[in-house]
Design a protein around this ligand. Structure first.
Ligand code: NZQ
Ligand code: ZN
Length: 387
């Protein structure tokens, strides 16, 4: 087992009455809140009204319009509002994009300059406003981690901002809130949760505890995502997905494992930076191709474990046969929940592939640490196979 540290200082509040607990949790942090949300789903569903009611004792300033793949321009505008209005804390009401933007807003409000500086160099984050999140979908796990992913359209970069100062103080998760999520984003969220798990599970060395966590998360998504798509109002299935999301990205799944450089995320962020595609959809398209690239006689036993423990295949088969069958199953699953199979299906062409491959080493962990080490040619091979 590898050495590790796990630090999860977020109060995770689940349940149908969770949103109503926001006011009491925020009370020690001040009297004025910046409530940040996206394109309007939280207005349509009534969640924003619930949040405002929970914050009835506070002064509220609203900032609407955070985009999927949130832009640094929105972050800068909201951080300016937070400074001018002298808010005491920020409440993100939304999915990964709103929560991620809110993290950058919390840091940006305490920084005298362009928030992009903080994305490029998170060591510049010396202070941040306290953050609370009200989660609306099962996908990124941003409600339970200290990272956000921000896009800069001027430079075609999509990069993480990360600091222990950006952990939410508390996240409020009512699974029923996610019943309004459309099928496309339900499927994308499922793929994102699975990808977070693969990134930590399909590594050189795991252990019985972390492998068991990963297998449970994968089986949970494989069982419940199709239910959520067929029966969007099924709160039990939505709850299982939301829990899987919260624990997918917080580091728990990787305890004691060989550290992973998250290769599929490295590649997907580059694609989104140029083409603004849905994160989970990009991951679902790339993942089977990354798996095929990574499958060698040395790595086959890892995939075989996945085949047996997640897909219930016969352990007596040889590892290579099992591995190939599990990769096929993975691709079939993504297709079954309505995700297209090719990058060209979502408007991506190969015109920026070289730039993407060149950019990864400037902003990401070395992909030489992946299950099968990935160099520039390897990244290009996966991109071309995914096209
Ligand atoms: O903007 P609104 O109107 O709210 O609509 C959103 C948006 O259009 C909609 N939506 C969310 N909850 C809903 C809903 N519609 C109806 N009912 C609901 N309950 O869904 C659309 C997508 O939302 P978004 O927040 O973009 O999705 P997601 O949660 O998948 O977040 C994706 C972003 O998170 C980043 C991704 O790169 C991407 O930018 N990630 C963040 C991570 C982190 N912080 O740790 C890790 C991830 O790997 C990921 O990179
Ligand atoms: Zn992700």
């Amino acid at each position: 087992m590898q050495s590790f540290e796990l630090y999860l200082p977020v109060r995770l509040v689940y349940g149908s009455d969770s949103v109503e607990k926001l006011g009491a949790a925020a009370a020690p942090y001040g009297r004025k809140a910046l409530v940040v949300y996206g394109g309007g789903s939280v207005k349509r569903t009534g969640l924003l009204d619930r949040v405002k009611k929970a914050l009835a004792a506070f002064e509220i300033v609203e900032f609407a319009g955070i985009e999927p793949n949130p832009r640094v321009s929105s972050v800068n505008a909201a951080a300016k509002t937070a400074r001018e209005e002298k808010v005491d804390f920020v409440v993100a009401v939304g999915g990964g994009s709103v929560m991620d933007a809110a993290k950058a807003i919390c840091a940006g409000a305490k920084y005298d300059g362009d928030a992009w500086d903080l994305v490029k160099d998170s060591s510049l984050i010396k202070d941040a406003l306290p953050l609370f999140t009200v989660l609306t979908n099962a996908a990124t796990g941003s409600e339970y981690d200290a990272a956000g992913v921000i896009t800069n359209w001027e430079t075609n970069e999509k990069q993480a901002i990360s600091s222990p100062l950006l952990f939410p103080k508390a996240s409020f998760c009512d699974p029923a809130v996610s019943t309004s999520l459309p099928a496309w984003h339900t499927a994308a969220g499922a793929a994102d949760i699975m990808s977070h798990t693969f990134e930590q599970y399909l590594v050189k060395e795991g252990n019985d505890v972390s492998d068991g966590f990963c297998e449970t998360i994968l089986k949970t998504v494989i069982k419940n995502a199709p239910i959520c798509i067929k029966d969007p109002e099924n709160v039990e299935a939505r709850a299982a997905m939301m829990l899987a999301s919260s624990f997918g990205c917080c580091g728990l799944l990787a305890i004691g494992n060989t550290p992973s450089p998250w290769p599929c995320h490295a590649i997907e962020h580059e694609i989104s930076a140029w083409h603004d595609i849905t994160h989970g959809v990009g991951l679902a398209i790339i993942t089977p191709h990354w798996m095929r690239y990574s499958l060698t006689p040395e790595t086959a036993p890892r995939f075989a474990r996945y085949a047996v423990n997640v897909w219930g295949m016969d352990p007596k088969e040889d590892p290579m046969t099992l591995a190939n069958a599990a990769i096929d199953k993975t691709a079939e699953f993504f297709a079954s929940i309505g995700i297209p199979a090719r990058l060209s299906d979502v408007g991506v062409d190969d015109s920026h592939f070289e730039a993407m491959a060149d950019h990864i080493p400037t902003c990401w962990w070395p992909l030489s640490g992946a299950l099968r080490p990935l160099d520039r040619e390897g990244v290009l091979a996966i991109l071309r196979a995914s096209l």
